[in-house]
Design a protein around this ligand. Structure first.
Ligand SMILES: [Zn+2]
Length: 325
């Protein structure tokens, strides 16, 4: 007997069973998080023009929207408030009866089994659209914002949030939030850190969706898309401060960060497929350029393969339905 042929691993893909046995990456609905927009003071679901198929749901009828998502197989949501009570500090989000707290409580009442994640930032609640308190010269005041973030996270935990997810990218935010939650008796509430959040052009549709148009930019506190090592360092600091889950945002343009982070940490990783990623794919589907199901599922696989345990995506209910088929 001679073995003059090279080893041919493609034989492992010859039948469906064999393919399934050697498949390295799997996706289940339990790994998906669906971001939802809840607006106060409106009566009808309002389509978001820059995000096909995505709506701002009225606070008054959000129960129905949350139950529909649950029925689709989604067990985790991330809530964004569209506030009609904005001011310089985003004070509405610090109140126990503000929109942020109310929508968390309401979601938990609608579906007690749903994991409700709070987005902890101020840009949805400030009149200037920045992620914190401004100094007189127009910069975000890091340490003053930290105090507010800690308070806001506490308000969310008290309202029923299962996970708090600070996204403001202030230095020291994880430690500040952890300390406050522990002091208030919420030592078991995990913190999902937007550890590597890049100053990306892909957030455009979201800002329209969440009604937080910004004067200026966030380049002083979000990451430079050119910097990978700095992003890994930020994640390292968040882990040291006590983060329970680390997130990379956006997803598909930053798969290298995700993969490198996967080999750096043992914490669960999340990837946020952001509004711009969602919309560019939707426009390609609408124009017949790409096959929706195939490409969306491939994008999910790419995020999982790069190292994401959790995927935040506006496609979540669709993906969950496809997984059931
Ligand atoms: Zn923000």
């Amino acid at each position: 007997m001679t073995f003059d042929l090279p080893y041919r691993p493609r034989r492992l893909r010859r039948t469906e069973n064999l393919r399934a046995m050697v498949q390295e990456t799997h996706l289940t609905a339990s790994q998906l998080v669906y971001p939802m927009f809840i607006e106060e003071g409106i009566t009808d679901d309002t389509p978001i023009s820059s995000m096909p198929g995505i709506f701002r749901h009225p606070e008054a009828t959000m129960d129905k929207a949350v139950k529909e998502v649950y029925a689709a197989g989604i067990r985790s949501i991330l809530l964004f408030g569209v506030s009609h009570h904005k001011d310089a500090t985003g004070s509405d989000s610090l109140k126990h009866d503000g929109l942020l707290a109310r929508m968390i409580t309401r979601a938990k009442e609608a579906c007690p089994d749903m994991t409700v994640i709070s987005d902890n930032c101020f840009c949805e609640y400030t009149s200037h659209g920045h992620c914190g308190v401004l100094t007189p010269d127009g910069h975000v005041h890091n340490d003053h914002t930290l105090e507010n973030l800690a308070q806001q996270a506490y308000v969310c935990a008290k309202a029923g949030a299962d996970v708090v997810a600070p996204s403001a990218m202030m230095d020291g935010q994880i430690a500040a939030i952890r300390a406050k939650l522990d002091a208030e008796g919420y030592e078991h509430t995990p913190v999902m850190a937007y550890a590597s959040k890049f100053a990306s052009g892909l957030y455009g549709p979201f800002r329209a969706a969440a009604g937080c148009e910004l004067k200026g930019d966030r380049k002083t506190y979000q990451m430079d898309p050119a910097n990978a090592r700095e992003a890994l360092r930020e994640a390292e600091l968040d882990e040291a401060e006590g983060a329970d889950i680390l997130m990379v945002k956006p997803g598909m343009f930053y798969l290298d960060i995700l993969a490198r982070l996967r080999s750096q940490t043992h914490l669960p990783l999340a990837a946020y497929q952001v509004s711009g990623e969602y919309s560019m794919m939707c426009y390609a589907f609408q124009n017949g350029a790409l096959d929706e199901k195939r490409v969306v599922m491939e994008s999910m696989t790419s995020l999982r393969r790069a190292g994401a345990d959790i995927i935040l995506t506006y496609f979540a209910p669709k993906v969950a339905r496809w997984l059931q088929e």
